[in-house]
Design a protein. Structure first.
Length: 249
């Protein structure tokens, strides 16, 4: 019996990842599998025990819509930055979403200086995988417990649960990336580790049912987006760093 159940689980996973032709982020595979089995069982019980079949079909339809929404949340498109990053100056959006903050601020947690804060907010309908924004080396990582305010609020950057990562770019700049949980998010996953070499095609992490990513850039950075612009993680060029190393040669 256990062997049979295991085969069923493998078939369901294959249905999700192959036959539906949807690449699913590994963070969502178990969630989707459990949800699928719950919906199948609940749908069967609803159809079996509810005499008025239109009600049963409505419940089944609602559960199917719920599954498709969660499936959409965990989808993982294949992406590769197509722009020029031969000099390491490209700053690529970490996430899909909308630019909600673009201003000069004093960053007092890690950098302790004035920087440009560029924040992208993700709705539940966006891809929630997080890409590395700049090529370089991870020099700092820290996870902070906190609140779960709506991620589009300014205070969420300092008050919410978050992870802070500093990447020293190949141009010599320290770039702070902050993953921020929102009202729905309850788990931030960060894949990179201190000392690791990273590129813009790598994943930096995932925010489950969240939220927002802040990128803190040097003041002389050339910003290529504006408030309200849509971005796509791993693809949209949002800024260019000033290549001080090249300028000093």
């Amino acid at each position: 019996m256990a062997g049979k159940n295991f085969l069923v689980i493998l078939q369901v996973k294959r249905l999700l990842t192959v036959e539906m032709k949807v690449k699913i982020h590994h963070e969502g595979e178990n969630i989707l599998l459990v949800l699928f089995l719950i919906i199948v069982a609940s749908g069967g019980l609803a159809y079996w025990f509810i005499d008025y079949k239109p009600v049963a079909w409505v419940l089944i339809a609602l559960m199917t819509i719920l599954f498709l929404l969660v499936l959409n949340f965990f989808r993982l498109p294949r992406r590769h930055f197509k722009g020029d990053n031969s000099d390491g100056t490209a700053v690529v959006s970490s996430v899909d979403g909308t630019v909600v903050a673009l201003e000069e601020v004093y960053e007092d947690e890690c950098l302790h200086r004035n920087v440009i804060q560029l924040s992208v907010f993700m709705t539940p309908f966006n891809v929630h995988a997080n890409w590395v924004p700049v090529k370089g080396e991870v020099t700092y990582y820290k996870h902070h417990s906190g609140r779960f305010l709506a991620a589009n609020l300014p205070k969420s950057s300092s008050d919410n649960e978050r992870s802070s990562i500093i990447i020293r770019s190949t141009t010599g700049e320290d770039i702070l990336v902050r993953q921020i949980a929102g009202a729905l998010a309850r788990r931030i996953v960060t894949y990179v580790e201190q000392g690791e070499q990273v590129d813009v095609n790598d994943f930096i992490g995932f925010i489950k049912f969240g939220s927002r990513v802040d990128i803190f850039l040097p003041l002389d950075t050339e910003i290529l987006v504006k408030l309200g612009d849509r971005t796509w993680g791993g693809e949209t060029l949002i800024a260019r760093l000033n290549n001080k190393k090249e300028n000093n040669q």
